[in-house]
Ligand binder design. Structure first.
Ligand code: SF4
Ligand code: SF4
Ligand code: SF4
Ligand code: FES
Length: 944
């Protein structure tokens, strides 16, 4: 068996706690009641042959290979579908069983290509293993009869192939797609000998409903469904457990290796967040790490019009240090700063914020979370006391009602979406609050009870109206509130939400959501035993993002829905380490652990360990950095893994700011939009080269383990450390684990964390300290972290961004499944087959009145700028609303977004822009500029 294959116990674990005594092959053993005989035997060290069973799918009982004998019973029951009973005496190896199993295998093998030696699954094929296990030596039926050996191969999917000639019709793939992924893309078509696996309506995989999660490939016991990377490169010889570098679900993977080459990423069964499941990005889209465009040598230039000059690491670092020192000498200590990246490890992020505070001597450090989930940090801290979500993902399995607000989990957080869909199929009710008809509203075996298609910018009145109904109809949990919450703040909040302007009828006029739907949704959420809220950037990226976060926390507290499984207020984090980059002190006013920089005692503890005085004054947020740059006061910037020229709003403003700076340092894998304005390029490392930790949306600290050395020759924390040293600050870590040790000393919620601990226990959810040595899956269990839960009034203040005759539509933005943020990684993988460019979704009515047909190029203009892109006419968006993604720099979606931002955190209002759409006559001015700059960049590179 291949050494990288994980143990398969045959059927899922029993959920019962009682045990029973049984006897297997004459040996007594104690097993969990409710286990199947197959599982009980495997747990007791007895391997009964099997093919159609696997331990993440319900038993099916089709292959008849796992037959056993049970004393006192007639016949040969299938062990995978027969539960154990106290006193049962089971025999797994008898002559009769051996004969039956050999017969079964003979039938399979008589219709199977005999190319084991050259088959790409050789050494990792359960059919091959079983032929050996049952001692098959001969096939009496010959190979001449009817067979499926000529069935054609479907290679349409870029990542896996389907060779039906090797299929044994065990249905594991179909069940994986149904039970694990929840897409229901596969069926067994036909009967008996004619039965075969079919994707959707007998289509090629690429044209079917398949979303390429890989669950079927994982489940297939033969070479029928195979990773193309294995076909091309051969079987792995070892594997390293690490963490996906894409979204905030934080899936664990085994990087399956052949020498130092990754040949497959296999979702790890013991992964705390994913339990063996994956999505197309983590499972397949890792090839960008070795893409030919990766920059592997440092580069510098004096002006952005000059070619890059390749230099050694020493020169790059001393040059950068000199530039920064000169700038500070001329413009002052606060004229430089840094941005940390949520794609980097905690250790790398921590090193950068320390560089800014200890070596730059100011607090001008911010992070890309500024533009996504900063309102989460603020809103949850104010109301509950902690800047993080309240639940582990598995908590959703206990929810009776799930309310998804401003999130599209099937695209943005696919593995969690699969878990949520499982719970919905089991009977939980769903409320979707989103301007678009996202997939969850209606998908196979799932239908939202309520979809509230609110107008972008009206989250706050809608949450107030939901609260209005809960309060006015007596659905609040008075006992919970009096025991756990600040009752005065509750009284004030109650009076606020009961005001007439917060009634469903009044809010209906603002939001466009029918009043009876608001009432129905409120009754459903507030009336259930356990209701959970999951939300995304559709909540936070608004001028009232923080208000809305507090509004959700208010509603959850008022209805007693925080502090136990199945409930909570749960942010679905965008990037892999958004939670971690915030935890690590990346904000200008907070040290690691969200502790105020202005607190002398806290600051003193860092000063003591760091041996340096820390500025007590908060530094610039990202938007302030841009404004200060335009004002000529901010001249240098260290940008860790973030393409601000593409991802931040109002692109022209960002570009103007970058153009005014004297030393822009970009540390990244690829040249990007921001590097067009950079003077120093420090090549970064991919997740496959990093040693450290990421923290996912459920506060889970996962290990990231290197499978190869840094391809550009230097770990990223070491680059930061050497820059600090060149600036005169003695940062002296010997290895990444020492950085985590320092984080643990200085951050109370991380006191119990170390690499050694994580390697031992797998992963842990913070807080992890003496009070919670094994971490804290559910927050606020007995009381809120802040003491009493605080209700905060959430008056609706409409955004200043309004539609008018010139800009009558509202633009909102989001992600698509196969792409990730600005696309720097995913656009450099075969995921592009599902995504050519950003499209503008527009309702048929709005399209028709503008003379726009599906596929037309249209101009999208706002008060800030205009771009052109292709129209997709669809009823997923409501009339008056248009939608696009922001994955392609050439589209420049953020050229049109505005400078409006959340009142508390400056998180940009990406989700509401007043726009006009018209048939495009020519490329937009911005896009022509983009093409010109791209050409110049090309020329510069050629001469570099
Ligand atoms: S494709 Fe694989 S998993 Fe699916 S039925 Fe065939 S052998 Fe079984
Ligand atoms: S890859 Fe995933 S979605 Fe596609 S058929 Fe397989 S299990 Fe279903
Ligand atoms: S769900 Fe997120 S973390 Fe998991 S594999 Fe997909 S992108 Fe990676
Ligand atoms: S493994 Fe039990 S019938 Fe297939």
């Amino acid at each position: 068996m291949n050494p990288t294959r994980e143990t398969d116990l045959g059927t899922p674990a029993s959920t019962q706690h009682e045990t029973v005594r049984i006897e297997i092959d004459g040996l007594p053993t104690t097993v969990r009641a409710g286990s199947t005989i197959l599982r009980a035997a495997r747990e007791s060290g007895v391997d009964i042959p099997k093919l159609c069973a696997t331990d993440n799918l319900k038993p099916f009982g089709s292959c008849r290979l796992c037959l056993v004998e049970i004393e006192g019973r007639k016949g040969y029951p299938a062990s995978c579908t027969t539960p154990v009973e106290a006193g049962m005496k089971i025999r797994t190896q008898t002559d009769a069983l051996a004969k039956l199993r050999r017969n079964v295998m003979e039938l399979y093998i008589s219709d199977h290509p005999l190319d084991c030696l050259t088959c790409s699954a050789n050494g990792d094929c359960e059919l091959q293993d079983m032929a050996g296990a049952v001692g098959l030596r001969d096939v009496r039926y010959g190979f001449d009869g009817d067979n499926h050996l000529d069935a054609g191969i479907d290679s349409s999917n870029p990542y896996f192939s389907f060779d039906p000639s090797k299929c044994i019709v065990c249905s594991r793939c179909v069940r994986a797609c149904d039970e694990v992924q929840g897409t229901f893309a596969l069926t067994i078509e036909g009967r008996g000998f004619a039965s075969k696996v079919s994707a959707s309506l007998n289509e090629q995989f690429i044209d079917s409903e398949c979303v390429s999660c890989g669950a079927c490939v994982q489940a297939c016991p033969t070479a029928t469904l195979m990773d193309k990377s294995i076909i091309d490169n051969g079987q792995p010889d070892h594997s390293v457990v690490t963490t996906c570098a894409y979204c905030g679900v934080g899936c664990s993977f085994k990087a399956d290796m052949k020498g130092d080459q990754v040949v497959r990423m296999t979702p790890y069964k013991d992964g705390g967040a994913n339990q063996g499941h994956s999505c197309v990005k983590g499972r397949f889209a890792w090839g960008y790490a070795s893409h030919k465009e990766r920059v592997l040598e440092p580069m510098i230039r004096d002006s952005v019009d000059e070619p890059w000059r390749i230099v050694g690491w020493d020169e790059a670092i001393s040059h950068t240090a000199k530039k920064f020192k000169d700038i500070q000498k001329q413009y002052g200590r606060k004229s430089i700063g840094g941005i940390t990246s949520s794609r980097c490890t905690n250790e790398e992020v921590y090193a950068v914020q320390k560089l800014v505070r200890a070596a730059f001597g100011n607090n001008n450090v911010d992070t890309c979370a500024r533009v996504c989930h900063s309102p989460t940090g603020y809103g949850l801290k104010q109301t509950l006391g902690t800047s993080a979500g309240t639940q582990p993902f598995e908590s959703v399995m206990d929810a009776d009602v799930i309310m998804v607000i401003g999130a599209n989990p099937t695209d943005g957080h696919p593995v969690f979406a699969s878990q949520m869909k499982r719970r919905l199929r089991e009977g939980a009710m769903l409320i979707v609050v989103d301007p678009r008809k996202i997939d969850l509203v209606r998908s196979p075996h799932i239908k939202a009870e309520y979809h509230l298609p609110l107008l972008p910018g009206t989250n706050v009145p809608v949450i107030n109206a939901l609260a209005h109904v809960a309060v006015s109809e007596g659905l609040v949990d008075e006992e919970y509130i009096s025991e756990r919450c600040d009752v005065d703040s509750f009284a004030a909040w109650k009076a606020c939400v009961l005001r007439p302007e917060n009634s469903p009828e009044a809010v209906s006029k603002i939001s466009g959501v029918p009043a009876e739907d608001i009432r129905g949704a409120a009754r459903l959420y507030a009336g259930a035993d356990r209701s959970a809220i999951y939300y995304g950037l559709g909540v936070t990226e608004h001028s009232q993002g923080s208000t809305m976060v507090m509004g959700m926390a208010n509603l959850a507290m008022a209805t007693g829905n925080i502090g136990f499984s199945g409930t909570g207020v749960n942010p679905l984090r965008g990037q892999n380490n958004v939670q971690g980059s915030c935890d690590m002190g990346s904000f200008p006013h907070e040290l690691p652990g969200y502790r105020p920089i202005q607190d002398d005692e806290i600051r003193g503890s860092f000063e003591k360990l760091w041996g340096v005085e820390i500025d007590a004054e908060p530094g610039f947020r990202i938007p302030n950095m841009f404004d200060a740059a335009i004002a000529g006061e901010y001249k240098g910037m260290y940008i860790q893994g973030e393409d601000i020229a593409q991802s931040d709003p109002n692109t022209q403003h960002v570009e103007a700011a970058l153009s005014k700076m004297e030393c822009v340092v970009v540390q990244d894998l690829f040249l990007n939009e921001t590097s067009k304005f950079a003077h120093v390029f420090l090549p970064g490392t991919s997740f496959l080269e990093k040693n450290g930790t990421f923290i996912n949306a459920e506060r889970r600290i996962n290990r990231v383990r290197p499978v190869m050395k840094p391809r550009q020759g230097k770990a990223e924390w070491l680059i930061t450390q050497e820059l600090a040293q060149a600036l005169g600050y003695p940062m002296n870590y010997g290895m990444e684990a020492e950085i985590m040790d320092e984080i643990a000393i200085l951050t109370p919620t991380f006191n119990g964390v170390s690499f050694e601990f994580l390697d031992r226990v797998g992963s842990v959810q913070w807080p992890c300290n003496d009070n919670a040595p094994m971490g804290t899956p559910i927050m606020h269990v007995d009381h809120f972290v802040r003491g009493k839960g605080l209700f905060i009034e959430t008056d609706y203040v409409p955004t200043e961004e309004r539609t008018n005759r010139k800009f009558p539509l509202l633009l909102t933005t989001g992600r698509t499944l196969t792409q990730y943020n600005v696309g720097a990684q995913t656009r450099r993988t075969d995921n592009v087959v599902w995504y050519k460019e950003d499209l503008l979704e527009i309702h048929p009515h709005d399209a028709e009145t503008r003379g726009i047909r599906n596929g037309d190029r249209v101009s999208l203009s706002s008060r800030k700028g205009d771009i052109t892109l292709e129209a997709k006419v669809t009823e997923r968006v409501q009339p008056g609303v248009v939608y696009t993604t922001f994955h392609d720099p050439e589209t420049g979606a953020n050229v049109v977004t505005t400078e409006y931002s959340d009142w508390a955190t400056s998180c940009p209002e990406y989700k509401v822009t007043a726009v006009q759409v018209a048939p495009a006559v020519h490329r937009s001015k911005w896009q022509k500029g983009f093409e010109r700059r791209a050409k110049e960049q090309g020329k510069i590179l050629e001469t570099s």
